[in-house]
Design a protein around this ligand. Sequence first.
Ligand SMILES: Cc1cc2nc3c(=O)[nH]c(=O)nc-3n(C[C@H](O)[C@H](O)[C@H](O)COP(=O)(O)OP(=O)(O)OC[C@H]3O[C@@H](n4cnc5c(N)ncnc54)[C@H](O)[C@@H]3O)c2cc1C
Length: 570
Amino acid sequence: MTESKLGPAAREKAWGRLSGETFDLVVIGGGVVGAGTALDAATRGLRVALVEARDLASGTSSRSSKLFHGGLRYLEQLEFGLVREALRERELMLTRLAPHLVKPVSFLYPLTHRGWERPYTASGLFLYDTMGGARSVPGQKHLTKAGALRLVPALKRDALIGGIRYYDAQADDARHTMTVARTAAHYGAVVRTSTQVVEFLREADRVSGVRVRDVEDGRETEIHANAVINCTGVWTDELQRLSGSRGRFRVRASKGVHVVVPRDRIVSESGIILRTEKSVLFVIPWRNHWIVGTTDTDWHLDLSHPAATQNDIDYILDQVNTVLATPLTHDDIEGVYAGLRPLLAGESEETSKLSREHAVARVAPGLVAIAGGKYTTYRVMAADAVNSAAVDLPGRLQPSITDKVPLLGADGYHALVNQADHLGAQAGLHPYRVRHLLDRYGSLVFEVLALAEGRPELLRPIEHAPDYLAVEAVYAASHEGALHLEDVLARRTRISIEYPHRGVDCAEQVARLVGEALGWTEETVLHEVKVYTARVAAERDSQTQPSDEAADARRSSAPEARARLTEPVG
Ligand SMILES: Cc1cc2nc3c(=O)[nH]c(=O)nc-3n(C[C@H](O)[C@H](O)[C@H](O)COP(=O)(O)OP(=O)(O)OC[C@H]3O[C@@H](n4cnc5c(N)ncnc54)[C@H](O)[C@@H]3O)c2cc1C
């Protein structure tokens, strides 16, 4: 075991290790699949390095619907195996691996047709419950119209004739991915962000490592390894081209947009799932907010900054307003985000019908690619990826054990929740604040609080984002690998989607806190604020555009926090 503190000192040390050691595996991509693969490999006893070009979870893994779910829709497609596998993962996360981060969430399925719909949906949910769904969450519950309206008073009376309530689970995806990566580091993986793969190394016909560039300062080094695993989601084809070997599958991007609105705009005790013409729409509780989405359209433009258009937002509002007694308007929107699904290409159906199942292939000696799937099953994907690299590894490969490896912070979590009052009294914090911290850090909360010892000002809320404490911004940079203001406002916290100012009003305060941990000069602080503010302005602007092309042009006009990134690489 080594260092799980991803701060500036660890970053420098990691650079030395990348160039000085020979690894069993290099994993490319710090999304949930790459982080999971690094954890899987490290806990099997392999020497592993994880390199991420941008920030942990900066791709799709911070932009999902944030559900650990079996996928009710797959039942309709008779994909029982996929549902069973996903429900098993959901259960593992809720109970053993990440109870601090993954929580049950209830959904109302409003029924609109008399006769067939209730038994049809109920039998689907019965399978869901019996396949492993209803272990640590309640099973389905049938409601009359009056009962459903009591649960979700926000619904129009004529929008339903009854309803069924069922449970899934949710997590802050960006925090979860970062925690997986830190857990991998804890078990010895070298984890380094802002480290872009710019070339593949070869020995004869074998891939023998990668050349990486530090996109903060431009230096480059070679990493030598027995095998390389490409976990780059929607960037898979780009890396495949860079490697010069023929891919075995292709990945295409489908854009999904969500909007965030204040909790009081939809009076409800439960999330809601609605059928749409093409797919489903979720209304998901999120702290003091609701997340509403999503869309599903092909995307061929900038992979790093998928842009939501006005049409995307209108579509979501139109869909949800079909059932709400008091419609949502653009003025209700606090935040908007867009993400790209990495879908396996090659099938001719429309995007929303393509299977979410993953593909893994050894595309060349020493090179494995894995993509597709969904967030919920990242652990299964990770194990498959490492198994596929077995032939390139010298020793005997141990079986995957990540179903027995709790993520950092899980250990002791439940006891600490019971002790929240006591902890709060000790730290001078209200117990609700302590519970909020525990749901973000678990038992690592002591590391967070230790930073504030002798500095009570760090235990005050961030001025324009009072859901978070000042110390959390410092900790993001000193322990969680954040390197830029954007990393803290968009991923370590979710200020960028939870406040109508989208982080601009607290940018300077947070930049000063982050700068303290990273040794920023006054000039760097102001530069970071400027870059972040420009990003928000470009995003807002893109969200008033009618087409993907126009929105993309506005979004890509903003400066990049990681100015030395090469896009596309190669
Ligand atoms: C709108 C939407 C909603 C979703 N909702 C859900 C849901 O509710 N539940 C669920 O289970 N799944 C959901 N998904 C799917 C899920 O989010 C994805 O399957 C998952 O996050 C993909 O993770 P990944 O690691 O493959 O890709 P990513 O998270 O995109 O990671 C790839 C990483 O590779 C890095 N990279 C690229 N090029 C390089 C390079 N040259 N060098 C180094 N690094 C590089 C990128 O910077 C990126 O961080 C949703 C997806 C979307 C888009």
